[in-house]
Design a protein around this ligand. Sequence first.
Ligand SMILES: [Zn+2]
Length: 309
Amino acid sequence: MGRCRVSSPVPIRPALFESAAQCERTGPCYPARSLKESAAAAMGIHDVHAHLTHPLLREHSDAVLDRAAKAGLSRIISNGLNPEDNAAVAALARRNQLVLPAFGLYPVDAVLPEMLAMGMEYPREAGAWTGEEAVQWVNKHCDDAVAIGEIGLDGYWVPEELWDRQEQLFRSLVQLAIDRDKPIIIHSRKRERRCLEILEEMGTRRANFHCFGGKVKLARRVAEAGFYLSIPANARRSQSFTRMLETLPRSQLLLETDCPYLAPQRGEDNEPGNVAVTADYAAELWDEDSDAVVRQLEENFFRLFRVEP
Ligand SMILES: [Zn+2]
C-alpha cells in the first residue's frame, strides 16, 4: 500500500486529469450552475461517501474524476465494502490523488455467506473470506486509510437472526477504529438507533452517519452525541434531508453522493461532481453565499478526517 495520505496531503493538480479517457455518457453530470463558477471553487468541496469501484463507475473512473475536479471537488472518499473492494479502492487512490481510501466491511457483506446459506437472495455473491478475515484485512491495512468505512448495521436486507453476528463484526471494526484513532463512516439502514447506541457505549469520538434514514429527531440526537451526518445529492427531493440541512448544527454536516446511487434526478447514475448540487441547495436554505457554505463544509471535513485541502 502507498504512502499515508493523511499526514502528507498532496494538492490536486488539474494536469492530473488532462489525459482522462472520454466518458461514453453525453454531457456533464454536474449542474450547469456548479460551484466552479464561484470563488468557492478555489477552496474545493468534498464527497465523503462514494463507491468509485462500483461496476457502474470503475470502467470510466478517469472521466468521472475529471468531471468531479471541474465541479470543484478537492477530496473524494471512496468507501470499500469488503476485502476485494477495499483493495480496488486502495489501487484507485494510489492512481489518483483526488481519491482518499476508506476501508470497511459493508454490513450486508459481513453476513452474506450466512444469508445465502439460509436461501436468501441478494444481488451479489459472497466473497471467499469470513467476516473475521474481512476485519483482519482492515486491521492490516488501516494505516493507509483515511477512515474506516463503510461499516455499520443493516436491518433492511439482513434478517433479525443474523443481527447479533452482524453487530459482533461491527463492534470489532469500531474498536479497531478507536484503537487506531480513525474516523468511521456509518451505514445504519433501519438500525439507526442501535448504531448510535453502540458508538456511544463504546466511546467513539469520530464518526459520520452517511445517508441517515431515521427520523430528523433521531438525527438531532446523533448530532448531540458529537457525530456528523452527510447529506446526499438528492436532498432537494427529500423532506427529511431538507429538514436536516435546515435544523442540524451546520458545523456537523458533510456532503456525500453514495454514487452510483441516489442521483439528484431519479433513474440516473450518480457521481461525485453532484455534491455541488447539495452545496447550492444549502446556500439557498441558509441564505448564505456559496463561499461561506463551502468554507463551513470544508472546515467540518477537515475537523473530522484531519486531511488538508
Ligand atoms: Zn455506501
